[in-house]
Design a binder for this molecule. Sequence first.
Ligand code: ADP
Length: 519
Amino acid sequence: MEPLRALVLDHDLDDAELTIRSLKQGGMAAEWLQAETPASFSEALQGGDWDVIVTGLSQSRFDAVAALRLVKESRREIPLIVVAGSIDEELAAALLRAGAADFVSRSRMAQLAPAVERAVREARQCREKHRAEEEIQVLAERWRLLLEHALDGVALYQAIRDSQGCLTDFRCLEWNRAAEGILGRGRDKVLGRTSREIFPGPERKRLLSHCARMMATGISDLIEDFSIGRQEQEKILDISCFRLDAEHFVTLFRDVTERKRTAEGLRQFAEEVARVNRNLEQVNAEIERRNRELEEFTHVASHDMQEPLRKIASFGDLLARALRDKLDSRSSQYLALMQDGARRLQTLLRDLLTMSRAGRAPLRIETKPLEECVRAALELLSARIQETGAVIHLDPLPSLPVDATQICQLYQNLISNALKFRPAEAVPEISITCEDSPDGPVLGVADNGIGIEPEYQEKIFEAFQRLHPRETYEGSGIGLAVCRKVVGRHGGRIWVESRPVAGSHFKFVLNPNGRAEEN
Ligand code: ADP
């Protein structure tokens, strides 16, 4: 250990030497200062790392009390011991009040070294105590800031135990601002109060049992969905509690009422959606069943009615031929109307049957060049093409996995309409198109015909929807419904882009790899 460093302050050289000798005998290093003025004393004080000051009673210009004041002002906390020939009680009291650590009589200098050691030890202890107090203050300030700014409620409790040492209650010692907000209780209403007063409801028992277990085991606890208060005032908290020491514990809590309510709302909503979906599935299944029944009926009816109708038509023809000269003009007219009606009904039944087949016949998917389907359709329509002098343009078409018969039917219907819906005497110009798109090729049939008003561009795909009287353009209004069915069964979609007079461009995409709609 380093020798203690003492600053000796005495204006008398002999006295100073005696002091220094005594200190050195006690194993200390000492320096003598003949301070003439308070200023030179202060300077010496600042200039060295002193453990103790040993001073005579009076200096030439200032005395021990003044020296003590200067030490205090320097805030160095260096103990000061007064060495004097004699000290009366009054002076001793004055020196002690001023902060002197001890007095030693010049006649008993052997006591000086032990007195210095004691004073230094006490000063050191004093300094350590101060430092500890300062540290405590810093910690207390940090704790205060933490409590002040925490978003969670924080409460510090002291355990209350029964004679067996079991936790029976707790008393609140700290309650931060967030806690005030969450539970709506100010500090003044909870500090110093027990659980009985703070949580008067049934929740107290549950909280107490968690805290008792946590204090007994020392294992921190998380209490989820802790409900507090009644009805509209009900709050749901997540609380975590942990033991601070044998007698204290802390709870941190946050209000999760909104989150829980939102989660509950979402759960109910999801249940409702699931219920609606189930209903929808049932309704869809029912619609599908009815559609199948309807198709079945259409098929059977159109098929079975064909034969009697064929008889009416052919016997009507025979009758007309047999009675050609015998009927008056009115009867001939009636018969002609009858024959016309029969023929129209035949066309309608044929178209109905086609539609029903388009929806029922099993698909035979094979990868085919679409041009083959187009050529087959053009072949079937060759007479009309020749008759009208139509000009047909064909884009290069891809090969796709399709049911060739159905796609041929699709092109046939679209090209047939393109030939049909044109101003009288106009020469049809028809393009079989194919455009690239991110969703694959967009196929189509474009014409220079009469076009379609925007409000009808959706409707025309429904069965029996016609925009013109039969006398102007013949037909049964089923062709485009068949087209939609075929495209739908190939998992695709059909639409028209058209302007009246400017012509129409029917477009469709096929999605043979996706799920085809069986409708
Ligand atoms: P149909 O040809 O037997 O009348 P569709 O279902 O094929 O029945 O067509 C429905 C209606 O859509 C037609 O009556 C017609 O008014 C309109 N339409 C169809 N194709 C064209 C076209 N290329 N140009 C103008 N109108 C069309």
